[in-house]
Design a protein around this ligand. Structure first.
Ligand code: NAD
Length: 473
């Protein structure tokens, strides 16, 4: 398979002609090539986007919403094809790609079509004058996304950006180009004005950095690692670019002795290992009240051992391949580190088959302050720790540099409220995990990011509010 950039409505190779090889995680074999774009390709995309943007912004919001709905309709018709592309590129189970990734991408386009149709802005009356707020698009915006939820996260940015009247330049991860290429095809099929959606494939340090540096790209919505986010912020700050940063996490699942234990076990396993643990929101630290620690841990390890690791296309597979050989090495490096830090590793073996598979691992016996328990691993690895009190549970949960999400399992309503207030995170789930409403603010605190996306927060990010003051008396 050969991927192309999509610029001004045309599929084009990189200006230099250079390409990158894509390796399929479930086989370890090359299966596609993609353009290795550089600053010239980004310049070309900026010219195409700038040429299209004003006319696009002048279209009625209802028309922009109709385009988002048309894209959702096409994705819906081709959900199986897109799910197969996503599963091939990432190694994730096909059923997960279909039921989570592509379903959610469809929902994103539909949601933001509705959001922009029903958007409203404020008016502030004075004595003899009135202020009202206009929302204007930003212009050309850059969207940079990671490999773990490729179309899910790209659509989370593309839909509100174009619905608000911007033209976009998207750079998906070089490890997962396929659904972005296919999405470009859908933009063409539904008759989107050329230049509204531009796609530039390539490496982060080349194509990505060129997007961040380009003076005509006025806003960057970035989702990825915290170290990369810091580089993006350092480049964007001196030119006052608008920035949204959705970064890493080391999220806690807190289980109190009064919780429904069966539900908590299910929830903690799902939070730990969905998508091979490669979701920023995964609960990679499970904190359990000491009175139930032994019982809970034994049952947790049993359930994790029962997870089926295997061929992503098999409907029964629950854990697929990791994204790359290098990433699997990094994740397994943490298992060795955990042993050196005094932990006991349950699972974590490498199945005897091609591809970057790995059995899920649970680590017991670690201090909650050691590196394994505080650094983001981003793989199928969970550490589990006892606590004696709410105060201690909070100290452990908050004792990391990250602050993305947490899930709390308890039947005590007052405790759930106390924890929701005291946890230093952007999102708290109580007796559930990853239950998503697209209207709510999404984002992290501390080193997990800056800003919020979701619902009106996305519409606000992808626009500038302008106050107009009319004196009438
Ligand atoms: P990454 O930071 O390596 O890459 C993310 C994107 O940035 C890729 O497209 C990459 O090519 C690009 N990039 C790399 N260097 C760049 C540069 N100098 N300038 C511009 N772009 C550059 O992250 P990854 O390994 O693809 O994804 C995993 C990370 O993403 C994890 O840390 C995970 O927690 C995080 N993540 C966060 C969220 C969230 O919503 N908070 C969601 C998903 C993933």
């Amino acid at each position: 398979m050969e991927h192309f950039n999509h610029i001004g409505g045309m599929d084009v190779p990189a200006h230099s002609g250079a390409t990158l090889e894509h390796i399929r995680p479930s086989t370890g074999q090359p299966d596609a090539r993609l353009p290795r774009s550089d600053v010239r390709d980004v310049q070309h995309a900026v010219e195409a986007a700038s040429a299209a943007q004003r006319a696009w912004a002048d279209r009625p919001a209802t028309e922009r919403a109709d385009l988002c709905d048309a894209i959702a309709d096409q994705l819906d018709k081709r959900i199986d094809e897109f799910a197969a592309l996503e599963s091939n590129d990432t190694g994730k189970p096909l059923t997960l790609a279909r039921n989570m990734d592509i379903s959610r991408a469809i929902a994103n386009f539909r949601f933001f079509a509705g959001a922009v149709r029903h958007d409203e802005t404020g008016a502030h009356e004075m004595h003899g004058a009135i202020n009202f707020t206009l929302r204007r698009p930003i212009g050309v915006v850059g969207l940079i996304t990671p490999w773990n939820l490729p179309l899910y996260l790209l659509s989370w940015k593309v839909a509100p950006a174009i619905a608000m009247g911007n033209a976009v330049i998207a750079k998906p991860s070089e490890l997962t180009p396929a659904t972005a290429t296919a999405l470009a095809g859908i933009f063409r099929e539904v008759g989107a004005p050329p230049g509204v959606f531009n796609l530039v494939h390539g490496l982060g340090g080349e194509a990505g950095q060129a997007i961040v540096d380009h003076p005509q790209i006025k806003a960057i919505s970035f989702t990825g690692g915290t170290a990369t986010g810091a580089r993006v912020a350092a480049s964007a700050a001196p030119v006052f670019k608008k920035l949204s940063l959705e970064l890493g996490g080391k999220n806690a699942t807190l289980v109190f002795s009064d919780a429904d234990l069966d539900a908590a076990l299910d929830g903690a396993v799902r939070a730990g290992f969905t998508n091979q643990g490669e979701i920023c929101l995964c609960g990679s630290r499970v904190l359990v009240e000491r009175s139930i620690y032994e019982r809970f841990t034994a049952a947790f390890i049993d359930r994790v051992r029962a997870l089926r690791v295997g061929e992503p296309s098999e409907p029964s597979t629950q854990v697929g391949a990791l994204i790359s050989e290098g990433h699997r090495e990094k994740v397994r490096g943490f298992l060795a580190l955990a042993v050196s830090e005094g932990g006991t590793v349950h699972g974590g073996g490498v199945p005897n088959r091609p591809g970057w598979f790995m059995e899920p691992a649970v680590i017991t016996g670690l201090s909650p302050t050691c590196r394994t328990a505080t650094e983001e691993i981003f793989g199928p690895v969970v550490t589990i720790h006892p606590f004696d009190s709410e105060v201690e549970a909070l100290a452990i949960a908050n004792g990391v540099r990250y602050g993305l999400s947490a899930s709390v399992w308890t039947s005590d309503l007052s405790r759930a409220h106390r924890m929701s207030v005291a946890l230093e995170v952007g999102m708290v789930w109580v007796n559930t995990w990853l239950l998503r409403d697209l209207r709510v603010p999404f984002g992290g605190v501390k080193d997990s990011g800056v800003g919020r996306e979701g619902g009106r927060h996305s519409l606000e990010f992808f626009s500038e509010s302008r106050n107009v003051c009319f004196r009438w008396r």
